[in-house]
Design a protein around this ligand. Structure first.
Ligand code: PLP
Length: 278
């Protein structure tokens, strides 16, 4: 039976991030994507206009109907919005034995909080206890570790500490884009083996482009998709970093949005999945 990758995330009407980016990524890589929406955002490259979070029970029911009807092997979680929705997701996934890849997004590409009203952003901690793979950038890892992290090496230390704290958590992909750095960006996977904790880093130059909206959502969805195809953390890490780099480079010369100062989305269709094998 066909495997399904389920994205649980917010809607971004521009198609650059959120559930729209997740489904584009899954389709380009060649897996069946399903989507349970947590919140409707109204946003453009000028900023977030409003966020309307769905009733938690409706989020729970979306997850349940897909789980009942499909063979869901992988879940990718992005924008959650409220603690009540985090609890509904946690509850809906309590019997799920497959992979849960969690991208603990906190702010939009335009810098505004991706949560409803005055919600304190405590819900990532609840979902971290349930996920198998976490994909934070450095500010998100700082939030989860409750320590201000600036450098990549400090990030790896705190990622190791999180791995030792949460039993189900097997790997943390630390995205290096926000670290204080020289030339290259270093993405590192800190992962558990039977006997110890190891790291694997991929270094790449920063692509000069305005079209970076949705790169975080895309990396996590690409990891979930490649893992669905090949079942291996190291290959999925390499292939997902390569996916984001390829699509970023292919989209770089294109004008996606009118706003000359804003960040555009990426052209996922530029990725040729038939050239990739896991
Ligand atoms: N999810 C939603 C619904 C968003 O609107 C955004 C950014 O605006 C994100 C996630 C995170 O986007 P990025 O992948 O650029 O970090």
């Amino acid at each position: 039976m066909q495997a399904t990758v389920l994205s649980i995330s917010g809607s971004d009407p521009t198609g650059g991030a959120g559930i729209q980016a997740d489904l584009k990524t899954m389709t380009s890589i060649g897996v069946y994507g399903a989507a349970a929406i947590t919140c409707i955002t109204v946003q453009s490259s000028h900023g977030v206009v409003s966020i309307n979070c769905l009733p938690p029970d409706q989020v729970r029911q979306q997850i349940k109907v897909v789980m009942d009807d499909h063979r869901v092997t992988h879940v990718k979680i992005g924008m959650v919005g409220t603690m009540a929705i985090a609890e509904a997701i946690h509850d809906a996934l309590s019997d799920f034995k497959g992979e849960i890849i969690y991208d603990p997004v906190m702010i939009s590409s335009t810098g505004q909080p991706l949560r409803e009203g005055i919600e304190v952003n405590e819900f990532p901690v609840l979902l971290v206890s349930q996920c198998t793979v976490l994909t934070p950038n450095i500010p998100e890892l700082s939030h989860l570790s409750k320590v201000q992290i600036e450098h990549h090496h400090e990030a790896l230390h705190h990622a190791e500490q999180l791995l030792s704290k949460y039993n189900r958590l097997r790997a943390i992909l630390v995205k290096g884009g926000h670290a204080i750095r020289n030339a290259a960006i270093v993405d590192t996977m800190v992962y558990r083996t039977e006997n110890d904790i190891r790291t694997m880093s991929i270094s790449h130059s920063s692509v000069k482009t305005q079209n970076t909206h949705g790169t975080g959502c895309t990396l996590a969805s690409a990891f979930a998709s490649f893992h669905c195809l090949c079942g291996d953390d190291i290959q999925s890490f390499q292939q997902s970093v390569d996916y984001v780099q390829t699509v970023l480079r292919n989209s770089a010369p294109m004008r996606i949005i009118r706003n000359p100062e804003g960040l555009g989305g990426m052209l996922h269709f530029s990725f040729r999945s038939e050239n990739r094998t896991c």
